[in-house]
Design a protein around this ligand. Structure first.
Ligand code: DMJ
Length: 688
């Protein structure tokens, strides 16, 4: 068997007849010929994720049947052919000559389109090279990518047909609408008109309908590449690439972790945290948005038949609120199916004991079966981000259920934090005590872990409520001034703007990847009327977050970087050994989405595309799922951690999809606000 060119293998040579196969279906090929690496040709590297040593040729020596006096000399072959020709009847000879002449004529007629086709291939290859950030390590994958790509771009009408096909079962929308809750905003239908809709369903319906027509024009993100006087459209469908990534992640989850919290893709097993099907719930609205209706229906069936919150289990208030409560609420809004609202109400009610503390600052953990709550075993503190980033969800639950208890509890937390001593220029410390209600560990300030979403939710609550709650806006604006004054610096040698940390007056040039939510939040604020310099800062920080990916050998960001500030530094970024992991986090992709929506600058999409490709290259597990990795600096051995976080499906892939979609009405940022786990919740209608 010989590899002739990408994907073409001569698999037999018997009696002078060559049989050619694409190689993708060559049974047992991968294990027979690359025994050390277990490479799945349709998916990617598996096992220890080492590429095999490169093998371009695998040869087979075959002996043809009846080859007794065969000597393969030119003279022997000429004589044997001539003898066979002479033995044919006149009619047979004429038929053969006629066929050959016909084939020649066809060949001449199709010559221009064939050459066009090959010219096309050259341009695709060139484009890939231009975008390649890093030397290609796994050479087989690009070859397979090309194989899977349509060689001749489809016509717009073909694309349209294909797009229309992919919108999922047509009955589904109506079915879900009919099951939708009967809210006061519902609009009764006349005979023959559209089915019952309520205002939130109407939003996604409009987007979906508009999407069907618009998507055909927009779903293929087609950069034009000029070459030798004519343009060529590179047929990469980025939206479809995100759907593929989701399907692949879902495949692993479904096969090895169905109904469990998290997939462990390397060991083909699962991990439990709360025992509540975390990944499945976190991913519900992503499936809806990506039009993966079959997958959505399967997951919905699980929610309706298997999901129960009546369990003797401790859950983290913040994590279960942003991932599960947020996921259920947004899915309810997108689908109109009251199943999700009922579940959200059940969970929200079971989480309420967390607020039974002396200070009304909630405990971090709740037993949702027993109705008891407690702080972590080692402290009576909660983290500030956790108690101040549950507000969007609880406020929305109150609005939907007309039960004010949920909102009252979380509003009280915000009012208390608003008045607290211990801030510095609007920046908050990282811990708060549930007994005293005071900040603890004073003097430490970060926009990373333990404080990040406090700032995000100041702005987003203000937007959710119709920009009326001025205390929230004041705190947000003041905090940004605090960031500029205390935490914002430039690196050396390239003067990247970054947000560091402060510990008792000492500045540290350390920045978590988590801080990369900030460019998106700043841009969102500017879009909603806050000062234009917020957008300028957003752009600068966006560049920095991108560089945190681009400067790594895998093109994937580490969890934490340290920026160099000394004149004459060689590189801008240092990464400590313990910080080299990547957990498939969303923040940079999230910010790229906001920046692209508001500026329409294509570079943000291209950056996102590079990142998606690197996730595919270094974190995709052949048997299904994606894994977080230990070392973004080692493309030879990124060292898989064997865990797919639920936010990869809930957030990262959703933001990729929204980044590549051209439809600004697909979750319009004038109608929706995303919670910190990427679950869209409506901006309250009274607010508009
Ligand atoms: C998510 O759970 C949320 O985005 C949260 O705000 C921060 N951590 C993860 C993603 O990184």
């Amino acid at each position: 068997m010989e590899i002739l060119q990408e994907g073409l293998y001569v698999v037999a040579a018997l009696d002078n007849v060559l049989t050619i196969d694409t190689g993708l279906h060559a049974v047992g090929f991968e294990h027979a010929h690359f025994p050390h690496c277990a490479y799945d040709f349709t998916e990617g590297w598996a096992g220890d994720m080492h590429p095999p040593s490169r093998k371009d040729f695998v040869s087979l020596t075959l002996t043809g049947q009846g080859s007794g006096n065969y000597n393969n000399s030119k003279q022997w072959r000429r004589q044997s052919c001539w003898r066979k020709w002479k033995r044919l009847s006149r009619l047979q000879r004429n038929l053969i000559l006629f066929t050959v002449a016909l084939m020649l004529l066809c060949g001449i007629a199709t010559y221009p389109s064939v050459t066009e086709h090959f010219r096309g291939l050259t341009v695709v290859a060139k484009e890939e090279g231009d975008h390649a950030l890093k030397p290609v390590v796994h050479e087989v994958q690009p070859a397979l990518d090309k194989l899977n790509r349509p060689l001749v771009p489809e016509s717009p009408s073909e694309k349209q047909k294909r797009a229309a096909h992919k919108r999922g079962p047509p009955g589904l929308q109506n079915r879900l609408q009919k099951k939708g809750n009967v809210s006061d905003t519902q609009v009764e239908k006349e005979e023959g008109e559209k089915p019952l809709v309520n205002w939130h369903v109407a939003m996604i319906d409009q987007a979906t309908e508009r999407g069907t027509a618009k998507e055909a024009a927009n779903k293929v993100d087609v950069p034009e590449v000029e070459q030798e006087g004519h343009s060529h459209k590179e047929p990469v469908d980025r939206l479809e690439a995100v759907r593929d990534a989701f399907r692949h992640a879902w495949k692993g989850y479904k096969e090895f972790a169905w109904g469990k919290d998290e997939l462990r893709p390397m060991s083909k097993s699962y991990g439990e945290w709360f025992g509540l099907g975390l990944t499945l719930i976190d991913a519900l609205d992503t499936m809806w948005i990506l039009n993966l209706k079959k997958e959505f229906e399967e997951a919905k069936t699980w929610v309706s038949t298997e999901l129960s919150f009546n369990k003797n289990v401790d859950v983290n208030l913040f994590e279960s609120t942003i991932r599960i409560l947020g996921g259920l609420l947004s899915t309810y809004h997108l689908t109109g199916d009251t199943l999700f609202l009922d579940k959200a109400k059940d969970l929200g009610t079971r989480l309420m004991p967390a607020f039974n503390t002396p200070s009304k600052i909630p405990y971090s953990d709740v037993n949702i079966g027993k109705g008891t709550a407690h702080p972590p075993r080692w402290t009576s503190d909660s983290t500030v981000a956790e108690v101040t980033s549950i507000q969007l969800e609880f406020r929305e639950l109150s609005r939907l259920t007309q039960d004010t208890r949920y909102q009252a509890a979380v509003d009280e937390v915000m009012q208390k934090v608003h008045k607290l001593e211990g801030k510095q220029d609007g920046l908050v410390p990282m811990f708060i005590n549930t007994n005293s209600g005071q900040f603890t560990h004073l003097g430490m300030f970060t926009l990373g872990a333990r404080a990040d979403s406090y700032y995000e939710y100041l702005l987003k609550q203000w937007i959710q409520g119709g920009k009326k709650e001025t205390a929230l806006l004041e705190d947000y604006l003041q905090a940004l001034e605090g960031v500029k004054k205390n935490l914002l610096k430039k690196s050396s040698p390239n003067r990247l703007t970054f947000v560091g940390e402060l510990a008792h007056g000492r500045f540290s040039p350390k920045m978590d990847h988590l801080v990369c939510f900030l460019p998106g939040t700043l841009a969102l604020g500017a879009h909603h009327g806050l000062p234009a310099d917020h957008m300028e800062l957003a752009k600068q920080l966006m560049e920095t977050c991108y560089q945190m990916y681009a400067q790594m050998e895998t093109g994937l960001s580490p969890e934490i970087v340290h920026f160099n500030m000394h004149e004459g530094s060689i590189g801008d970024v240092d990464v400590k050994l313990a910080d080299r992991h990547n957990l498939l986090r969303p923040e940079t992709v999230e910010s790229l989405f906001y920046l692209y929506r508001f500026t329409k600058d294509r570079k943000y999409r291209d950056w996102g595309w590079e990142i998606l490709q690197n996730f595919n290259k270094y974190t995709k597990v052949s048997t299904g799922g994606y894994t977080s990795i230990n070392n973004v600096r080692d493309p030879e051995y990124p060292s898989p951690r064997d865990k797919m976080e639920s936010f990869f499906l809930g957030e990262t892939l959703k933001y990729f999809y929204l980044l590549f979609s051209d439809d600004p009405e697909l979750l319009s940022l004038d109608k929706y606000v995303f919670n910190t786990e990427a679950h869209p919740l409506p901006i309250w209608p009274t607010a508009q």
